[in-house]
Design a protein around this ligand. Structure first.
Ligand code: C5P
Length: 237
């Protein structure tokens, strides 16, 4: 695990709070994730803040709409300089295919690096029981994750967002040349909050995650820099 594999989720409500965390974590963290809360509140100003701080950006807006609308959103996300963009794989093959095409076209027209495009399989807050109940299916959760990961790959995406518990399965289906980003990561000393399918950061990296996303165990801790450093040390150990 290097600093390059830790992505901190900036799930905060305004730019001041984001700036405070980014400044505090400046020496420890290279990647930040902007999600729906911050982006809905302040928009591209949040991306600009991270650019100015020379940080990499995961724009976690989990697009899910008709192909034409998602294509427009992915083009905009590429244009403002997101380094990772994600899309719900359950939006379908066509939607993901168009997204991959448009990102490539936009990046080459603007002569900027191609963003990493990820499919979201199943949210890590969903467990087997909720999956059966809420999706009205008896299909195994793992089968659904494997299916959506394969579909993402077929559509030309670079990887998926998935629970750490599914890394082994996804590697089996999609191979090593496929990016796996895992939220649902909890150090042994942190609360699990609403995450159901969790592993520790060290376990997730050992299992083959390319990046781990950690939010509240760092951002809600008394000392975010210390929490981030502890996580990096635990992984090295
Ligand atoms: O605070 P916590 O560590 O639970 O934050 C995890 C972050 O990862 C949140 O921003 C959440 O939206 C995001 N995420 C997730 N599960 C996914 C995709 C993204 O928890 N499948």
């Amino acid at each position: 695990m290097s600093q390059n594999q830790l992505i901190v989720a900036l799930d905060v409500e305004n730019l001041e709070a984001a700036n405070k965390l980014v400044t505090m974590l400046s020496d420890t963290v290279k990647w930040f994730k902007i999600g729906k809360q911050l982006f809905t509140a302040v928009g591209p100003a949040s991306v600009k803040l991270l650019h100015e701080s020379k940080k990499n950006i995961f724009l976690d807006l989990k697009f899910h709409d008709i192909p034409n609308t998602v294509a427009g959103a992915v083009a905009s996300a590429t244009k403002i300089g997101a380094n990772i963009i994600n899309i719900h794989a359950s939006g379908g093959l066509e939607m993901m295919r168009v997204a991959a095409e448009v990102a490539e076209k936009q990046a080459s027209e603007l002569d900027i690096p191609m963003p990493i495009l990820l499919g979201v399989t199943l949210l890590t807050s969903i467990d087997e029981e909720n999956f059966h109940r809420d999706f009205g299916t008896q299909r195994k959760l793992a089968d659904q994750v494997a299916y959506l990961a394969e579909l993402s790959q077929k559509a030309g995406l670079d990887g998926v967002v998935a629970s750490p518990l599914e890394i082994e399965l996804i590697r089996k289906v999609c191979g090593d040349d496929f990016v796996i980003v895992t939220p649902g990561v909890r150090p042994a000393w942190a609360a699990s909050n609403d995450q159901q399918r969790v592993m520790t950061p060290a376990e997730a990296i050992a299992a083959g995650a390319d990046y781990i996303v950690v939010g509240r165990p760092i951002t809600a801790s008394d000392s975010p820099p210390e929490a981030a450093r502890t996580i990096l040390q635990e992984i090295h150990a």
